[in-house]
Design a binder for this molecule. Structure first.
Ligand code: DGI
Ligand code: FE
Ligand code: FE
Ligand code: FE
Length: 189
């Protein structure tokens, strides 16, 4: 699907507020891609689609993850439903939007959880999701500051804030998020 058609189709899937967030992630992904040497065209495409499944009913996401998406996220159904829209988004991007690029699909799939050994594009889109201009949470200014110079340090601060939030709420932490954080720390040392 062409860029303009994709933008219009995705926009129609979500309330205006989420579309503003998506525009923010598009802008920030391109900026970060240019800063850190990722492909800005792929970064923008992943950003357009990253939250495409955000408003799917939970049972529809579960059905997708048990059916077509089996293998994408075997263990994910035991964890917070907030995590599900990312792999479902990757599925939808491939099936309904004709995305075939593995880098783009991976960036969509892992934009929430992260993973060990994240690709450059995975990191760019995940970080953009944390720090796009519309985001407001306690650590966001620190994350934006770190992102001026270090993709890894900024993303680590992002995962730290998510993990702290989940601990505070007494929620479970998806192991890939822990793996993503540990891996960034090893690489930074
Ligand atoms: O879809 P967005 O709101 O733009 O952001 P997102 O895709 O990063 O979703 C983040 C939400 O997922 C956030 O409210 C925390 C929640 N979440 C629940 N369990 C986990 C988790 N996020 C991560 N990274 N790891 C978890 O285990
Ligand atoms: Fe998301
Ligand atoms: Fe995220
Ligand atoms: Fe998002």
């Amino acid at each position: 699907m062409r860029r303009e058609a994709m933008i219009e189709a995705v926009r129609a899937q979500m309330p205006e507020k989420r579309w503003s967030h998506t525009l923010g992630v598009m802008h920030t992904s391109v900026e970060l891609a240019n800063r850190f040497g990722a492909d800005p065209v792929k970064a923008e495409q992943a950003a357009i689609l990253h939250d495409v499944a955000k408003y799917w009913p939970v049972d529809r996401m579960e059905e997708a993850l048990r059916g077509e998406g089996r293998g994408l996220a075997d263990d994910l159904l035991d964890y917070d439903k907030e995590l599900w829209h990312a792999p479902v988004g990757a599925l939808v991007a491939a099936r309904d939007y004709g995305v075939t690029d593995g880098d783009v699909l991976s960036a969509i799939r892992f934009h929430t959880s992260g993973r060990e050994d994240m690709s450059l594009l995975d990191k760019v889109v995940c970080l953009a999701d944390y720090m796009e201009p519309g985001r407001q949470f306690p650590a966001v200014d620190k994350i934006r500051e770190l992102a001026e110079h270090s993709l890894e340090r900024a993303l680590l601060a992002g995962f730290d804030s998510t993990i702290a939030f989940l601990l505070e709420k007494g929620k479970r932490i998806y192991p890939l998020t822990v793996a993503a954080r540990n891996d960034l720390i090893v690489r930074l040392n």
